[in-house]
Design a protein around this ligand. Structure first.
Ligand SMILES: Cc1cc2nc3c(=O)[nH]c(=O)nc-3n(C[C@H](O)[C@H](O)[C@H](O)COP(=O)(O)OP(=O)(O)OC[C@H]3O[C@@H](n4cnc5c(N)ncnc54)[C@H](O)[C@@H]3O)c2cc1C
Length: 546
């Protein structure tokens, strides 16, 4: 990537510009939408939301902690990657100073000095990454790998641990389709390739990846692998980790090229060590992925179920019978009610309540139709009412826009955040009730009425994930308010058989629950691997491993 402008190491102009992602909000500023006065009135009446104090600082008004790196450090970094690929400019440090969780966005609104990486580097080869890691180990500088910057778990927090400084190591120059094997249905993509770019590169050859997390437009192949991302088409194409056939990783101890064959009995699968490793074991540079031909046909259908339990049973039947939808998801009563309040009529049918489900089928015409018919029969038998294609098409059309609403809600004085977990089908109802009660209880404790919405976002033969969205009035210090709510719901999730994260990963935010997730011996194993691969402890300190 050729930088568009140059700046001296301490200047303010961006030397290493990013795609159009707002530094203190989600996504492309051109797509941001303020709330209408009607919605603001509703929020005030239903949740007691009153406008937030003050205005957001502009990027120029934000005060960043000065870079701790001296000219000699910067010269040493430049000697590895070239001076045009190193910057200590505030304009480069600020957009890489965290991810996109609600706490991240609230922190960006502060007028107090903010933390940021001390420098940004853009290596262009594995050799350069290896040299950077050696240099950072020698100079006691922490390294945070940076993909699309969409972490929602504090995975990009510029933590130094006991080290003297921290670098953001941006992977965006690893931006190529390195290899396509059309016979095997495999493609090797650079870690810095974003979701849309991956689909663009593959579609030129008639293939697609089919990985569509809500952060698709900005997140990268390396980030998907490092966090075990799960896309909305996971019923059809699987989670990202299930698509990974191999990967290359540069660690301080050496470079690994993992995944010799589609399956192997040669001991434990070492790819698994790096899937979900969140930059603490090494820097992923390329991923060999399963790809499939671009589907010829898509069929959409939405459904209504009388209640969540009936709908969840229907989704379980579909998944256990393997009828083959690409997308299948179910909103609970509250989430459906909010969707209805925004749309009134669904596909020409007046729906007054219940739970909305969305299904999508892909393949050749014959495959898509067969999958649709088989799934339809199961959903009908399980008590579903078909609502036609339109609501499912509308969901697909708007699926990447919802995160913009969070920024408008924060601006309007509301607290809005999402979280997710997963469990077995037999435990789904219990976990949903416990998490909902914990969320409502903690929000009520801060004196606030709340909306707690939930949907089943991903299904497996043995269980499903639950995705919660919370909206409430901001009370006092919203960061502290959310921290208390997050603690309560995370404790409830762990006490009721859920995982601390189904797809957002661990980062800094879920780290306190990792001991409960994997047990004491599990933590010791993770620490041992860390010691073997990164003895100086430079890679992403304070993340993942307690
Ligand atoms: C609005 C919104 C919607 C989202 N929706 C989804 C969703 O539907 N499904 C889902 O799974 N997640 C979702 N996420 C979470 C996030 O997008 C994913 O975790 C994504 O996989 C992160 O990719 P990234 O390229 O942005 O990584 P980053 O955010 O840049 O990094 C994430 C973590 O991985 C590490 N990392 C990044 N690249 C590498 C690399 N090459 N080598 C080693 N470590 C690396 C980083 O150090 C960090 O710890 C959402 C986030 C937002 C803000």
């Amino acid at each position: 990537m050729a930088p568009e402008t140059q700046a001296g190491p301490g200047g303010t102009a961006a030397a290493l510009p990013l795609p159009p992602m707002t530094w203190d909000a989600w996504g492309d500023p051109a797509l941001a939408k303020p709330l209408s006065d009607d919605i603001k009135g509703l929020l005030a009446a239903a949740l007691g939301v009153s406008p937030a104090d003050g205005t957001r600082p502009t990027a120029d008004e934000v005060v960043l902690r000065p870079s701790a790196l001296g000219p000699e450090d910067v010269a040493a970094l430049a000697a590895v990657v070239g001076p045009e690929h190193v910057s200590t400019a505030d304009a480069d440090r600020l957009p890489r100073s965290g991810g996109k969780s609600t706490p991240d966005l609230l922190r960006r609104r502060s007028r107090d000095p903010q933390d940021a990486p001390d420098a940004v580097v853009l290596p262009g080869s594995e050799e350069e990454i290896a040299a950077l890691l050696a240099l950072c180990a020698e100079r006691r500088i922490a390294v945070v790998p940076f993909g699309g910057g969409t972490s929602v778990v504090g995975g990009l927090d510029p933590l130094r641990g006991p080290l003297t400084a921290v670098l953001s190591l941006d992977l965006r120059r690893f931006d190529r389709l390195e290899h396509l094997d059309a016979v095997s249905g495999e493609a090797v993509l650079g870690a810095g390739v974003t979701g849309p770019r991956a689909e663009e590169l593959l579609s030129a050859h008639g293939f697609e990846l089919g990985h569509y997390p809500q952060s698709f437009r900005f997140a990268t192949v390396g980030g998907f692998a490092a966090t075990r991302s799960s896309g909305q088409d996971s019923a059809g194409y699987g989670r990202f980790d299930e698509m990974v056939r191999g990967l290359r990783v540069v660690t301080p101890a050496g470079t690994l090229d993992l995944g010799r064959a589609p399956a192997s009995a040669a001991g434990p699968d070492l790819r698994e060590l790096f899937l979900g490793s969140e930059g603490v074991f090494g820097v992923i540079t390329a991923v060999r992925l399963r790809v499939h031909p671009v589907p010829a046909v898509k069929i959409h259908e939405a459904w209504s179920f009388p209640d969540f339990a009936t709908g969840a049973t229907a989704l379980r039947e579909v998944e256990q019978q393997g009828t083959g939808p690409t997308v299948i998801r179910l909103s609970d009563e509250s989430e459906t009610m909010i969707n209805l309040a925004m749309t009134e009529k669904i596909g020409g049918e007046q729906v007054t309540g219940g739970c909305l489900a969305v299904t999508v089928f892909e393949g050749t015409e014959e495959q898509a139709e067969a999958r649709h018919e088989r799934t339809r029969a199961v959903l009908l038998a399980a008590g579903g009412t078909p609502l036609g294609a339109e609501p499912a098409r509308a969901w697909e059309h708007g699926r990447f826009n919802a995160p913009y609403l969070r920024d408008a809600l924060l601006d309007a004085g509301a607290l809005c955040e999402t979280l997710e977990t997963a469990t077995d089908w037999a435990n789904l109802g219990r976990l949903k009730s416990a998490a909902t009660e914990a969320l409502q209880g903690a929000l009520t404790a801060s004196g606030t009425a709340s909306l707690v919405l939930c949907h089943i976002s991903h299904v497996y033969p043995t269980g499903a994930s639950l995705y919660f969205t919370v909206v409430a009035a901001q009370q006092g210090e919203p960061l502290a308010q959310w921290a208390q709510v997050k603690r309560a719901v995370s404790d409830a999730i762990m006490a009721n058989g859920g995982t601390i994260t189904h797809h957002h990963a661990v980062g800094a935010d879920h780290r306190p629950w990792m001991g409960a997730e994997v047990g004491e011996v599990g933590v010791r194993i993770l620490r041992a691997v860390k010691d073997a691969l990164d003895p100086a402890g430079i890679l992403n300190p304070g993340k993942l491993i307690p």
